[in-house]
Design a protein around this ligand. Sequence first.
Ligand code: SAM
Ligand code: SF4
Length: 334
Amino acid sequence: MTAPLIDPFARAITYLRVSVTDRCDFRCVYCMSEHMQFLPKADLLTLEELDRLCSAFVEMGVEKLRITGGEPLVRRGIMTFFRAMSRHLASGALKELTLTTNGSQLAKHAAELADCGVRRVNVSLDTLDAAKFAEITRWGRLPQVLDGIAAARAAGLKVKINVVALKGVNEDELFSLTRWCADEGHDLTFIEVMPMGDLGEEDRLDQYWPLSDLRARLAERYTLTDLTDRTGGPARYVRLAETGQRIGFITPLTHNFCESCNRVRLTCTGELYMCLGQEDRADLRAPLRASPDDAPLRSAIRAAITRKPKGHDFDYSRQTVRGQMSRHMSHTGG
Ligand code: SAM
Ligand code: SF4
């Protein structure tokens, strides 16, 4: 193994998120416009190239790999890629291989994912109301996702439900979603809506439900204890005494979590974003394709990490959106 990746703020980079496609079978209102333009397929890295890139990161100390998108499970042949990555689990170099999915294709792939060494899966699910689900995702259908979640559990995968907190949309489901996760044994994390992709400033402010408020409402019914648990991601956790469940909060807006950031994000075209909330990126496709030898690629990765910024600038205070990113979450990978 080569020297680990350390950024200018002494943060070790041990976590890589990889967006394997920008395409998706849903069109969630906070993530995509209804008529999204996707990248030409020819621009995408091949699965072999993604393997080479991810393997280089693993050699440089990345221990956690999260596959995301777009919807990762709609990429053709993606299970070949999971199978390939499982060799790094077997060697012990990689500690965790996981994915974030909308759940639509989980019923088909859960057993094979488990067989590839995936132990946990994050499923995005903002509501348990079928009509509301169809409105939020535009193209998604709730029963399909619930079947996917059931298949994941049956395959032995631990499920974490990611809920984007949406003002006036799922506020009324705070307790039913919490109860459902407790009953089903799923972990639960709430996420503040971030200004990714140009959906119009008004839309963002209309959608934004600060987790400080959500948390205060939870505390009206439950006894919350702050936990010091860190799972290598940006979430902060509380325990609910009454149900025993652990709940995560991802609060890029109300609490900036950048000081402990250990991750970078790779797009499906081989761009490396050193921060979700900044525009700077490094092209890894050129060094990857320039030589079958990984040396130029490793140098490019090291050079990129020296440019990792201190943090993002998202801010909705004073009723305007600051730190807005023109690119969509599906491009960088959520
Ligand atoms: N399609 C998969 C899914 O939905 O889980 C993976 C990709 S999706 C971009 C990853 C996560 O980003 C999802 O949990 C989604 O809810 C979240 N997300 C998308 N747009 C967001 C936004 N503007 N603010 C906050 N979270 C967002
Ligand atoms: Fe697709 Fe996930 Fe974005 Fe929804 S949040 S449109 S499921 S990529």
